[in-house]
Design a protein around this ligand. Sequence first.
Ligand code: ATR
Length: 293
Amino acid sequence: MTGYNKFNQDTNIIGIIGHPIKHSYSPLMHNISFEIKNLNYIYLPFDVPINTLKAAIKGMVALGIKGFNITLPHKENIIAYLRNVSEEASIIGAVNTVVNDNGILSGYNTDVNGVYETLLPYKDEITGQKVSIFGAGGGARSVIYTLIRNFKPEKIQIINRTEQKGESLREYFSTRMHFTDIKSYELIPPDLVDVLRDSKLIINTTSVGMYPNVDDSVTSIPQSFVKGQVVFDLIYNPLKTRLLQLAESQGATVIDGLRMLVHQGAKSFELWTGEEMPVEKINKALKLYIDTK
Ligand code: ATR
């Protein structure tokens, strides 16, 4: 279904709402997938300022928009407008995907699927081991939820610039998920190198090292990393962050943020269309796009 006639009265519209609606890879990822799967869908970005969220949702329901992604600043506020909220979205306190079933809105957090699918190949290595996480925002919440739910680490160590935020996350997950082996640290604890060396898995959920600040890293000390460790950076632009370069130079296994991006998208795609996203093709297409940008 190509050409100018492909959109018609049967076309299903999917959107992404946020403000500012930054450059996002989601339209590219979903529109290519619709094309490959020959589905009569289109994915469009909508800039929705914070005080117009309610009106935007009413409008989307009225227009029969089938579903949408939600990004900053609406990920938490959207919950008030949903009929159903999935368990993971409710514990994490944030929704990134909404399905509109004839006016009944249901919210999900598919970042959890992104984290799960990315870490699944390393499950045996992670279970029963120590994990260190940089950051205490929304990304960290999805990561911590998935680790506790699916990977059963021995201990989770949160390292965050604002210690109070790390501490509230620790308290929150101890209470909500009864996981008490969580410790929080300030960004540069005196023994950072030892804390990191002792971790089987290190995850960066902060924006430190993201384009254009590609020379930044949450740690610049090569000795923080050891052979046999897994280091995962949620950033996908650039694909090889300074953190991953350092970790790789010490023999650690490194994972960039692209698989997580694609797998969260794949879950949303499935929720909207009931079909599987062509994950490997999308992974390749996005990699090419990022590399040649
Ligand atoms: P997201 O929802 O994508 O995780 P976020 O909620 O803004 O984004 O969280 C980003 C995390 O990265 C925060 O924990 C933030 O630290 P603070 O809690 O101190 O704000 C962390 N972060 C962002 N920029 C940082 C920087 N330059 N140095 C250290 N930490 C940073």
